[in-house]
Design a protein. Sequence first.
Length: 200
Amino acid sequence: MAPSPMFPLGSVLFPFAPIPVRVFEPRYLTMVGRLLDEDEPGFEFGVVLIERGPEAGGGDQRASVGTMARLVSAAAGAEDLLIVGVGTKRFTVERWVDEDPYPRAELSMLPDLEWSEALAPLRAEAEAVVRRVVARMAEPYSDAGIELSEDPVAAVWQLAAIAPLGEYDRYTLLRSTSLGGLLRQLIDLTLEAEELWSAE
């Protein structure tokens, strides 16, 4: 498999969730330009969390698990681009290759998490907890009332995306190996975030 173009960021991208990115570094403007020049629609790039170091300029330490993003829009500014990607499949980075001029890596796709109707009560509990805590902690125009996908797997990832969590907690969720495990951790981490918020 050919190396994938990569965009290390200071935030975690989940499958089925959108991510807006302001692109201003020449190497990433080149990357987006090449993606837009491709003949086939549905161009994708990999997003990984920067665990340590700056977003701009390189010299960062990058997480080993990330999410592919499908480029859905690009709007040009005076000196930058605002792009929006939507998460698709999760991956593990096998090896970083030479930059060309942007980061690239060889990836292995992770299996999709599978839904079971037995998870419905846990999913309902997770949704109730996340919506309640988001409504309590957030500004009036928060994500508390956001409509979730009818697809249950997509809905769980979207819940994870709106939960009021730090990036390392979000990265823990991204690495989940089962949907049940993801839901249980989502509940626990959201309740922990609420406790910390209440203590401030």
